[in-house]
Design a protein around this ligand. Structure first.
Ligand code: MG
Ligand code: ZN
Length: 216
């Protein structure tokens, strides 16, 4: 269980999309569902994963993959929830890619797994351009990023089927209108499913967990 830390030092010049498709076929072969969770540093990706794990672990055998520049803090936080977690340290790399994922998938017993939650590197810009082979992509934003986060980053919102607006318990303090933020997201992509949540106050999380696991 311990020691499965992977250091990625160099870019492999291979077609990311082909690698992502290969990851997807491997997951499908074992009937494993994978969700790629993206968002800036500090929006609550790890906290949200902890909340999802606690809601889903009785029904699904879950493995978490944590991407991070340097630390294993997130991996330890997830393991404390009672599921296995693999760490990918990217060094200076600002996103995960399909080849990194392929390496970790080889270490996971997919026959004993139903669901893989991937925490991408904290970054709102480039992870969207690097498909991993996930079945679903969830973007976690937070009211602490201010009211213009969607308007300023249309590229990533254009691709997201699911967006969680986290820390809604702080909306008043941050002077952010959650409904306005939701309208901005829907103006970029009309059929995005937006879930206002608070990991701290445990609001909106059951709805999000259910939606993420619905059959598409
Ligand atoms: Mg994290
Ligand atoms: Zn990047």
């Amino acid at each position: 269980m311990m020691g499965n830390e992977i250091i990625i030092g160099k870019d492999l010049l291979r077609d990311q999309r082909t690698l992502a498709e290969a990851n997807r076929s491997r997951l499908d072969q074992y009937k494993v569902k994978m969700i790629d969770i993206m968002g800036s540093v500090g929006t609550g990706k790890t906290s949200l994963i902890q909340r999802l794990v606690s809601r889903l672990k009785k029904d699904y055998r879950i493995v978490v993959i944590n991407g991070d520049l340097a630390t294993t803090i997130d991996q330890e936080r997830v393991r404390a929830c009672g599921v296995d977690a693999f760490q990918i340290n990217t060094g200076r790399g600002c996103h995960l890619d399909a080849d990194m994922l392929r390496g970790v998938l080889e270490q996971i017993n997919l026959e004993q797994t139903d669901l893989i939650l991937v925490e991408n590197v904290g970054n709102l810009i480039c992870p969207v351009d690097f498909p991993l082979g996930a079945h679903r992509r969830l973007l976690v934003i937070s009211v602490t990023e201010g009211p213009y986060v969607a308007k300023k980053h249309p590229a990533i919102f254009m691709e997201m089927e699911f967006v969680a607006i986290n820390k809604i318990d702080l909306a008043t303090v941050m002077d952010v209108d959650v409904n306005g933020l939701q309208q901005d997201i829907l103006a970029i992509r009309a059929n995005t499913r937006v879930f206002p949540v608070s990991c701290r106050e445990q609001r909106g999380l059951n709805e999000l967990a259910t939606a993420l696991l619905e059959e598409s």
